[in-house]
Design a protein around this ligand. Structure first.
Ligand SMILES: [Zn+2]
Length: 195
């Protein structure tokens, strides 16, 4: 589903509702003159930015492989930040991708671009890992794809159990990475980001 940029009228309604929520909770009067007055506007603008950034399609350039190879291509330690679908609080961390090319490879910068594309909106970390793996399988038609996402969820750091510094890891293996006999590939992949 695509996010459609809201009209100025729609944004104004959203700002009024946000202010109403702060007033209902007794927070508004605790906030002081500034930043309180423009805070609802800033919150609404932020939301429009979080949800609207993925409108640009990715120009995912691929190149034919000129040699036959069984090497793994790895691009890792790519920072990302997104909002969690459950609390609309940020989760952030690093994303690591590997694939075994068949007939094509992609421009290396395309992997961070794909990550950027799939980490906007209100998301579930596990879904992001699956969506990235789906996308790379579709675009590269590789022998195998591995995606790992490590993140700290501020909904778990700032509220609830309040455990800052935790790490939630999601790993998706596709194709040869899933084969029983290719445990070494999985170990190599994990070792690249958890040496
Ligand atoms: Zn959450």
């Amino acid at each position: 589903m695509e996010f459609i940029k809201p009209s100025d009228d729609a944004k104004e309604i959203a700002q009024i509702h946000y202010e109403t929520m702060l007033r209902a909770l007794g927070i508004w009067d605790l906030m002081g003159e500034e930043p309180q007055k423009r805070t609802p506007t800033r919150v609404v603008e932020s939301f429009c930015e979080f949800f609207g950034n993925n409108l640009e399609p990715i120009n995912f350039t691929t190149f034919p492989m000129s040699s036959k190879t069984d090497q793994m291509v790895y691009v890792g330690d790519i920072d990302f930040a997104a909002l969690c679908a459950h609390h609309h609080l940020p989760f952030f961390g690093k994303c690591h991708v590997a694939y075994y090319p068949d007939k094509k490879v992609c421009g290396l910068s395309k992997i961070p671009r794909a990550i950027e594309h799939f980490t906007h909106g209100a998301l579930i970390q596990e879904d992001v890992a699956e969506a990235l793996a789906d996308y790379l399988e579709k675009k590269l038609d590789p022998h195998g794809v591995a995606v790992a996402i490590e993140a700290e969820h501020t909904c778990m750091s700032l509220r609830g159990v309040k455990k800052p510094g935790h790490r939630t890891v999601s790993i998706v293996y596709r194709g040869t990475f899933n084969h029983e006999k290719r445990a070494d590939d999985r170990n190599t992949f994990v070792h690249l980001w958890r040496p």
